[in-house]
Design a binder for this molecule. Structure first.
Ligand SMILES: [Zn+2]
Length: 209
């Protein structure tokens, strides 16, 4: 099972170290919900830094030194909100079988992708027809002549910049059906690093996800 960790202060080592300090007091905890994710804060006598751990069951543990305030830990959590969301999804998926993974991705994709597509379309002034979420093997997305957009449900396994790139790519096809200069001019106008993201996306095989 994969655990993803983020450590606030990399200078000091992990909280499970060989500190000889005795545990004088019980750990103090606090719980909150953020983006539908349960975040549990735990003050730990041996913690030297603030640490975020996303767990396979989909919740998050934040350990912090006794001397650190909950609000400081929360600040760190908010700063890394995107990372947490992403890794909670990844952690949750890592424990499941492939079929379950696809099932879960499909659910997540229906939740995330149409909404994000609508947001980006509004933001950049695109109009499209219907949107479909599919388990495609070789393409991340496509745009039909009627400007219906197909999106690969496996996109949700990627970070948000790849998702935005694919969505903007397909939205740009509502204006330009080919991949000629005008297409890329418009795409990079709306997403200046599009080509660089495209290059990295090309290295990712859908079947490897
Ligand atoms: Zn294209």
């Amino acid at each position: 099972m994969n655990l993803f960790e983020l450590i606030f202060n990399k200078k000091s080592s992990s909280c499970s170290g060989n500190s000889v300090k005795p545990a004088q007091k019980r750990s103090t905890t606090r719980v909150e919900m953020l983006d539908n994710i349960k975040i549990q804060y735990k003050k730990h006598p041996f913690s030297k830094n603030i640490r975020i751990i996303t767990r396979p069951k989909g919740d998050v543990l934040v350990t912090l030194p006794k001397s650190a305030s909950f609000s400081r830990a929360r600040e760190f959590v908010l700063k890394n909100r995107g990372w947490i969301k992403e890794n909670v999804q990844k952690s949750a998926l890592a424990g499941a079988k492939r079929a379950d993974i696809i099932k879960e991705r499909r659910k997540l994709a229906h939740k995330i992708l149409p909404q994000r597509l609508e947001y980006l379309a509004k933001k950049f002034g695109f109009k499209y027809g219907k949107v479909f979420v599919k388990n495609q093997k070789t393409v991340w997305g496509s745009c039909s002549y009627r400007n219906n957009i197909n999106l690969n449900l496996n996109l949700v396994a990627l970070s948000s910049e790849f998702i935005d790139y694919v969505l903007l790519h397909e939205l740009t096809h509502t204006v330009h059906k080919n991949h000629q200069k005008a297409f890329y001019d418009l795409l990079t106008k709306n997403m200046p690093n599009a080509l660089e993201v495209q290059k990295r996306l090309k290295k990712i095989k859908i079947s490897s996800l």
